[in-house]
Design a protein around this ligand. Structure first.
Ligand code: FES
Ligand SMILES: [Fe+2]
Length: 467
């Protein structure tokens, strides 16, 4: 008997669900993704600030697709950029050669692209400006036949997004409520603190799922339990989904814990708040907070009387961190409390991103992409964005980093240690399909519900029970 497919309403009701392993392991599913998923969805390419000058360009590569994005004018708006498929219309050579296993190919000062095969040339608008011997085609090749294929492009939060589907809706529509809520955090003012990537031995879904839910903290990052409980609710928002701090015990519920911050475990909230924030910051590769926030938390014990409540500690901490930042020229965005509450802790942005956000940071953030034709491999990327005083933004570039604690910090190493073995484990004939937590792991379930929407219903999560 076929089981009932899980709907968004079912997810809101936290109906128990299951789904199979095909999406992770099947080569044929990967081939179908190349047709049904990647050419059809909005995808983040890079940050706008990586294109300071006209003529700056990059390739974005995903599965069999490669897209060239180029700045053609000044200004931080979508009109200043163009995107084309990275393919010559003559006989199909990639215009920019993208060898396997590179993060991207990029450069500066481009006025045109010249195909390396027969020399056809294209200007910044993608128009053909030169082809050898047009008379041999009886002069019948029109501009429409010889131009590059364009790709839709838009900006959100300081990120450049592309969509290869000319029929797709707008990026604004795609981002929906997630985009509205996160717009208050003004990611466009932030800059990279660091950015790292690695080719990783698991399917891209295994990799992103490792960061979508805090349910794994108790089992994976056991050392963190000394500082906080990490209980988290999660919620589908259509294509995207959010996780939010929650508490198993109603008496600890408080408005402030619905945002990125929460009080730590322990009798003295002044100390436990600091310890929680410091531990996270230092062990998650200096993310999930900022130095200002950590230093302000450290002073709680000096600035507040003994017996201060967790709510008082958090209120004081945020106020003093905001003032500290203002004094160094970092002005926090004004985030209405209801936006803060609804925006939660971290967003899974379909299909391949996850961003943990705060008033002055978006970190850690993740993006994953498939690697070649191999469902057992992916390109895994993590980055940190932060709000800096003007002129003090660090200069960074994408670094390919081996899996060492020195490169990634202890917490990500613990996550890595799961990813490879989740992927291996699912190959077992004894694995009966996933049973994600309907309260805490909805972001994972929603990824599969939305994948199925793109993949013609394939792999859709179904009700675990028939009732
Ligand atoms: S394939 Fe590009 S000029 Fe021939
Ligand atoms: Fe983790």
């Amino acid at each position: 008997m076929t089981k009932q497919v899980l709907t968004a309403e079912d997810m809101d009701a936290e109906v128990l669900a299951t789904y199979g392993k095909e999406a992770f392991l099947s080569r044929e599913y990967l081939e179908a993704e190349k047709k049904l998923l990647w050419p059809k969805v909005w995808q983040m390419v890079e940050r706008v600030e990586d294109f300071p000058d006209v003529g700056d360009w990059i390739t974005y590569n995903v599965a069999d697709e490669s897209v060239i994005v180029m700045r053609v004018a000044e200004g931080d708006n979508a009109e200043a950029f163009r995107a084309y498929h990275n393919v010559c219309p003559h006989r199909g050579r990639q215009l920019v050669s993208v060898p396997d296993g590179v993060h991207d190919v990029r450069g500066k000062g481009r006025k045109n692209f010249i195909c390396g095969f027969h020399g056809w040339t294209f200007n910044a608008e993608g128009e053909n400006t030169y082809l050898l011997d047009p008379q041999d085609w009886k002069h019948r090749l029109t501009p429409e036949l010889t131009c590059l294929s364009t790709v839709k492009l838009d900006l959100w939060g300081g990120f450049i997004y592309i969509n290869m589907d000319p029929e797709s809706g707008s990026l604004k529509e795609w981002m929906g409520r997630c985009g509205e809520l996160l717009s208050h955090f003004q990611f466009e003012r932030m800059r990279y603190k660091w950015r790292q990537w690695a080719i990783y031995p698991c399917n891209w879904k295994v990799a992103i799922e490792a960061f979508l839910e805090p349910y794994h903290v108790a089992g994976t990052h056991t050392q963190l339990l000394a500082y906080g409980d990490y209980y988290a609710a999660s919620q589908q928002y259509g294509w995207h989904s959010v996780s939010k701090y929650d508490t198993r015990d109603d008496k600890f519920k408080m408005a402030q814990s619905s945002g990125t911050v929460r009080a730590g475990k322990g009798d003295d909230a002044r100390i436990s708040t600091y310890e929680l924030i410091r531990e996270n910051y230092e062990t998650v590769n200096y993310t999930a907070s900022t130095e200002t926030l950590v230093k302000a938390a450290k002073r709680l014990v000096d600035e507040l009387p003994e017996g201060s409540s967790p709510a008082e500690c958090i209120a004081h901490w945020l106020k003093s961190a905001k003032a500290d930042d203002a004094a160094r020229g970092v002005i926090w965005p004004d985030i209405p409390p209801e936006v803060q509450a609804e925006s939660g802790l971290a967003w899974g942005i379909f299909p391949n991103q996850n961003i943990l956000h705060g008033a002055t940071f978006a970190s850690p953030a993740y993006r994953v992409r498939p690697y070649g034709d191999d469902p057992n491999m992916c390109i895994f990327e993590t980055y940190a964005l932060e709000l800096y005083p003007e002129g003090q933004e660090p200069v960074t570039e994408w670094l390919e980093c081996a899996k060492t604690e020195e490169n990634w910090g202890p917490v990500l190493m613990q996550d890595f240690n799961n990813m490879e073995f989740v992927h291996k484990g699912m190959k077992s004939s004894g694995f009966r399909g996933a049973m994600p937590n309907p309260h805490q792991e909805q972001k994972v379930i929603n990824l599969h519900r939305n994948l199925a929407r793109m993949m013609g219903g394939r792999g859709a999560p179904v009700h675990l029970f028939e009732d």
